[in-house]
Design a protein around this ligand. Sequence first.
Ligand code: F6R
Length: 369
Amino acid sequence: EKGGYDYFMLKEIAEQPKAVADTLLGRIDANGSLTLDEVRIGAAELREVDKVVIVACGTAFHAGLIAKYAIEHWTRIPCEVELASEFRYRDPILDSRSLVIAISQSGETMDTLMALRHAREQGSKVLAICNTNGSTIPRESDAVLYTHAGPEVAVASTKAFLTQLVACYLVALYLAQVRGTKWGDEVSAVIRDLSHISGEVERVLETMEPVRALARSLADKRTVLFLGRHVGYPVALEGALKLKELAYMHAEGFAAGELKHGPIALIEEDLPVVVVVPSPRGRSVLYDKIVSNIQEIRARGARTIVIAEEGDEQVVPYADHLIRIPATPTLLQPLVSTVPLQVFACELATARGNEVDQPRNLAKSVTVE
Ligand code: F6R
């Protein structure tokens, strides 16, 4: 049942190109526009939406953080992202024009379920992004966009996360399409790029051997830090979460712009720091900032592990270890930059003798508070 792999997690990492392709299947038509028939919230209603609120836990929350960048950029609708466990216990400002998106692989996470009930009580429409047919969260939502990752057995989420991202992009692009935003050309270009993205995920998977070797060489470390900016920031959070849950190591993700506000004090000789670098094309200010962040931490002795696009030569002198990913549009980069972090955490866990599919103290579906 593990299909020749030692762990379900390895199998599920390898299944990601297919999971991504399956989640896109039938949702982009021949003219390059989106048909999300399952989203039973009408176009008129979607045009009225004046605020999007995303609620989720753990890895699904990280998908939501990335979705915010895409939704606000492509639709110009304000978007908030909140941990379901916080949202459900406060007094959020919501009404019938708020669209609440609940993201959950299992569809049974108690906090996410309670958050969506909280939203519906206030008259908001709830759209679920879910991987489990007929589970509680989609049943209690107004509409559902299923991710087609197939069953995810390993406790640590991998393929479900990538498909949650795809679903979030689809929702963002669909909202943009329905509302006819001024980003029309960019939206069609991104839809084209999305339809090829599973091949790029495949290419990343083919080049993971050096990442595994690097992970093994770090097995006796105590701490690993992760830095990113823009959509690279939630990717850093996700890389750190994977390492905590699988390798039981101290790991933290930071927004690179926050370094000077505290975390830089943690940098010491030989501390591994993973940095997710955005595309050098497009948003050059963002790119330049992160290159100078890498220089700053390296000057203080950090061992830099740099995830950068193919063809990005500027980072080479500052990278103690360089992990290449294919060039993608900025907002889609998490679909390729997360993959090496999953492989890294899985290999480190193995090297430390941990149970990869069943990390201690964790359950696949958190149906209690
Ligand atoms: C981390 C992980 C968890 C889940 C979280 C939400 O690898 O798997 O953080 O993402 O418990 O679960 P779902 O998506 O089922 O609501």
